[in-house]
Design a binder for this molecule. Structure first.
Ligand SMILES: [Zn+2]
Length: 254
């Protein structure tokens, strides 16, 4: 998970404002901070961006990533998204008002953006990864993913409130290596979490009961930066087995 802010010493902060998870240095899940904190290797190699949903904290770095690479791309940035997500990006972001409409532009090598549409529930391939989209419960077209590659499988909820299908799919995966689960707000903000379709620690504990293999390691992502310490403490108080907060900027091997 790429860092999205820096602390007063100029080093990466644990505060996670934006979400980008990079797999094998070449595929990005979401593009919240993609342009801002990826490595030079990742900048050279990432040409596939898979979106969980089009909220700003998940796409903010996409326009800048394409802008930065515009003159050097010899293949387009492939944005894997549902039709609804694509329509939102084209209407609300790449519209010449917020940012250039890259789908109308090309460099000397051809188009700089290419949309690859997937439907919620569909299975598709990106590079060497097999990705299974699973609809989750958010305020807009939103997908979780079960992602397999190199002999292991992980799952990512993206942003979601209470949901069922994602856990049913995860429960059917043999040898699931990890589940990355959102938990945005502390329990005091349960009503805000409910109306914005996010989880709190109490909601998280309830959701994890739906995962049939309780031994699967669970990593928490998408904690609102203001509440990081509180949410972490509340999750620890539940003493849930195999649950820890995913460290921003750390590389994990599955
Ligand atoms: Zn969201």
């Amino acid at each position: 998970m790429l860092p999205s802010s820096i602390d007063e010493n100029g080093t990466a902060s644990a505060r996670q404002h934006l979400l980008t998870i990079v797999i094998d240095d070449c595929v990005a899940i979401d593009a919240g901070c993609l342009a801002f904190s990826c490595s030079d290797l990742q900048r050279r190699q990432i040409r596939d961006v898979v979106l969980t949903h089009p909220h700003l904290d998940h796409i903010a770095g996409l326009p800048m990533f394409i802008d930065d690479l515009f003159s050097t791309l010899d293949e387009p940035i492939r944005v894997h998204a549902t039709r609804e997500m694509i329509d939102i990006l084209e209407r609300d972001i790449f519209n010449w008002s917020i940012y250039p409409k890259f789908s109308d532009l090309s460099n000397g090598s051809g188009p700089v953006i290419e949309y690859r549409e997937f439907s919620l529930g569909e299975k598709f391939e990106v590079q060497k990864l097999n990705i299974h989209s699973v609809a989750v419960n958010h305020k807009v077209s939103a997908s979780g993913f079960v992602i397999s590659g190199s002999g292991s499988t992980i799952a990512i909820t993206g942003d979601t409130g209470e949901t069922d299908e994602f856990w049913q799919v995860c429960s059917r995966v043999p040898n699931l290596s990890a589940v990355l689960v959102e938990c945005a707000f502390p329990d005091e903000y349960a009503e805000l979490a409910r109306v914005s379709h996010h989880l709190t620690p109490t909601g998280l504990a309830s959701e994890l009961k739906k995962l049939e293999n309780a031994a699967v390691p669970v990593y928490i992502i998408n904690i609102k930066p203001m509440f990081r310490d509180r949410v972490t403490a509340e999750i620890e108080a539940f003493k849930l087995p195999n649950v820890e907060v995913l460290e921003v900027g750390e590389a994990y091997e599955f």
